[in-house]
Design a protein around this ligand. Sequence first.
Ligand code: PRT
Ligand code: ZN
Length: 299
Amino acid sequence: MDRQQRLRIAVQKSGRLTDESLDLLHRCGLKFSRGKDQLMCYGENMPLDVLFVRDDDIPDLVQEDVCDLGLVGLNVLEEKRLAMLARGTTPRIEILQKLDFGRCRLSLAVPQDFAFDGLQSIAGKRIATTYPHVLARFLRESGIAAEIVTLSGAVEIAPRLGRADLICDLVSTGSTLTANHLREVAAVLASQVCLVRTPVALPDVKADWVRRLLVRVDGVQQVRESKYIMLHAPRAALPQIAKLLPGSESPTVIPLDGTGDKVAVHAVCRETVFWETLESLKAAGASAILVLPVEKMLA
Ligand code: PRT
Ligand code: ZN
């Protein structure tokens, strides 16, 4: 395949980010078939090929221009960038867009019986983590001196094994911490998946596709939570109904034939529409309420 013409994007091969990364590419219109254990998939209808790798390899692949684009968590990206700086390489990967999935936070967590009273309490302690560079920056910026114990996994059991006094690890629901009798005390980094690009200038054809992809990604993000609401209402109830429609701009109002003062109201709502919202709309005088998913949106 011609690297001058076709974009290559690095995606996590198998893990927490894989399904949503592929779903995003599908929603952006990309068609490809993926065989078992296939490392590379060729886009059938766009000049965009997908390379499946470990998430930790994505920043380097993009920095070294092996891939033009990548989908990777900010946690991994920041750790790799700081590691590059530490070995004298300038990180030149550019974040094109932050995406609304893969959210988690890198946090400090202490054993239940640890007397934590502000960050000063961890001074001089041993902190186990797989993110030594991000943690070191946090400690430096907070003016705390502590020892970093770098592990490659199973960080949450380090305090019980006596290898550390506390940990710095990724948290999403918090249930892993609870199961290990740990308590989250401070957030070090908020993370989500980022679409990143190579520092190298792209030939026009490829640059143009990156621009198109970004517009589509934006559209996909906008419609994720969006719903199209249609309802009937007495004209007099319109001001109240407009207030109840979550995250919508001014709705379209259409007169209804032969129903006196009744109108149809159509609106795109950019926030989640709950049953409670529908109940409030009904209470305000709305009837025949329909909520439809939005398939695509181009602003
Ligand atoms: O094989 P490969 O290297 O590609 O995968 P991996 O095992 O390194 O990564 P994977 O698939 O576990 O995670 C990929 C990315 O998902 C991470 O780099 C984050 O950007 C993002 N992410 C989002 C998470 C979590 N949420 C998360 N909860 N990554 C890991 N966790 C782990 C965390 O380390 C802890 O063990 O889940 C546990 C905590 O979860 P809760 O829900 O109990 O708090
Ligand atoms: Zn990984």
